[in-house]
Ligand binder design. Sequence first.
Ligand SMILES: O=C(O)c1cc(C(=O)O)c2c(n1)C(=O)C(=O)c1cc(C(=O)O)[nH]c1-2
Ligand SMILES: [Ca+2]
Length: 672
Amino acid sequence: ANRIDQVNERYILENAKTGKDWPAHGFDYSETRYSPLSQITADNVDKLGLAWTYDLQSSRGIEATPLVVDGVMYVTASWSVVHAVDAKNGKKLWTFDPEVPREKAYEACCDVVNRGVALYEGNVYVAALDGRLVAVDAKTGKKVWEKNTLIDKEIGYTLTGAPRVFKGNVIIGNGGAERGVRGYITAYDAKSGEQKWRWFTVPGNPNKPFENEAMEKAAKTWDPSGKYWESGGGGTVWNSMVFDPDLNLMYIGTGNGAPWSHKKRSPKGGDNLYVASIVALNPDTGEYVWHYQETPGDNWDYTSAQDMILTDLVIEGEQRKVIIHAPKNGFFFVVDRTNGEFISAKNFVDVNWAVGYDSNGRPIEAPDARATDKPFDAIPGPFGGHNWHSMSFNSDTGLAYFPSQNIPVTLSEDPTWLNIDSNEPGQPMSGIGWNTAMRINEAPPSSKPFGRLTAWDPVKQEEAWRYEHASPWNGGALSTAGNLVFQGTADARLMAFNAQTGKPLWESPMGTGVIAAPVTYEVDGTQYISIAAGWGGVYGQSQRGSDLKTPGTVYTFALNGDAEMPEFTKYQLGSLISGVKYNPEFVEEGTGLYVSNCVFCHGVPGVDKGGNIPNLGYVNSAVIENLGAFVFNGPFVSKGMPDFTGRLSEADVEKIKAFIQGTADAIRPKSQ
Ligand SMILES: O=C(O)c1cc(C(=O)O)c2c(n1)C(=O)C(=O)c1cc(C(=O)O)[nH]c1-2
Ligand SMILES: [Ca+2]
């Protein structure tokens, strides 16, 4: 009998010893993404070959960690579609499409992605982009129950994260802090779907009763003259949740403040609890236990939603139960998970917003870090020194492995922003509901982009080794007892490294850039390495690191595998657009409109090369000449593009055209 009915707490704890299955998001409850399987080793990895591939029927970002139990893989594609696949040969067993309404999709800040499912006692749980949590029968793919998790369907909450099951409760948060929402997480009974508890991460209107003592305390760290509750406050739990069964504590990583500008949401300052924090909760009741705030008074979209890992480290001679964490803000944290005590923090990339952390765990900010009254080239920028791409911790080498990066962006406060939806053109994506109260790239950034695989020693708080990639936005990491680290790359490879030295040992081409993390499992005595590849996510919508655009595919490898690679699809970059008639006087206003409505999906015309969404500097000139036909009445709603009818006027479209053609003309190399 297939053991999917038996997947519960004991099963996950037992499996962590053998590594046969990959039954939970981060492999085990501690989310180490370290597997004890050792058939594939640093000595024989050169014999790794393709075993099978599976077409995920998806052209947008694939961020899922596939789960595997007893020879069946459960993986999600874009638009929250679940695929159950035979893990030995890649044959489809069933698919479940929650049928996310496409007209809601543009509310997602960062592509129509999904980071995977949770499994528990015969059910598969998927968080649909539009806010529904759905339980699906793992054997049949039929819906068991469905719950709306949103407190308000109108303000743009979206679900991209993988649910977790802790103590028989399915736990799910949400995203939306770029639009202005109030973060929270909810627990549902895994069997019945009944709501068990809900915990908000930031206070609501202080003139109304607080939900609990933690909110009352938090409210003292916000300035009510900013009316933060009207723009939500942020602190969304859009990715990381971990569980320690021994301590009976669960931990959540909270997101950035909403709006981004600290001065706008809390004019007289304040730390703004519990944004950009690690918070420990009682998993039975959802009650607050402790918190540690990594970025007090966040002003740079420095989410702490990046994957946390639980491990035990010997620090200054003492065994400590810790959380290790590399959030967007560029510092690597070691925190005592029994009580939230700060142990240490060290920057893993160059940073310019803080010079370090004091012994109490407060950042020592650089003097001009909040000087966003003029453009500030924040390092890391809002894409993070490390984003959601998963981290792995190998207790044999004592190293954490994760993709680090810089994506240059300047931030400047928008003086015209007064309160929610009072945007003037110029703020990123404000035309479709973003409320950052910041402008981007008013002056060009001077910092340099990079992407690398970082191997970090959390005890010494220093880098052990690094591997420089061709571009930022590389995939998450897996480490194994075979002294190996696996990582997919933005330039469309799956690579294996010696875990101790960082020496690259093996690679296979992929059909697209990779952003998700590999997993490993065993069926009938064979160890497999598997990765769900599909370029996208927030950076991958508009930019690329490879010249391939093969649809989303699961690639699975084993020693001596000899399956044939499917044909890869080449990305065709058109020629730089020319000849569209425009009024040069419109370019300046067109710039603001473009930034407010188009830039995070379509990129900078002619400068970016297009990701999984086309760059408008390289399309056929007829498209831009007839831009109104694409912008109004929603012809591309089915692909996730908003219908701008009523949001933009015909005159606005003429200005946007001027910006697109004007920019292309400005960057065109001059011929002699
Ligand atoms: O503040 C939020 O609510 C929120 C949500 C999400 C998301 O749900 O995907 C991202 C972010 N923020 C974010 O800041 C970010 O850089 C990001 C990247 C991605 C991605 O999937 O590539 N999602 C998100
Ligand atoms: Ca965010």
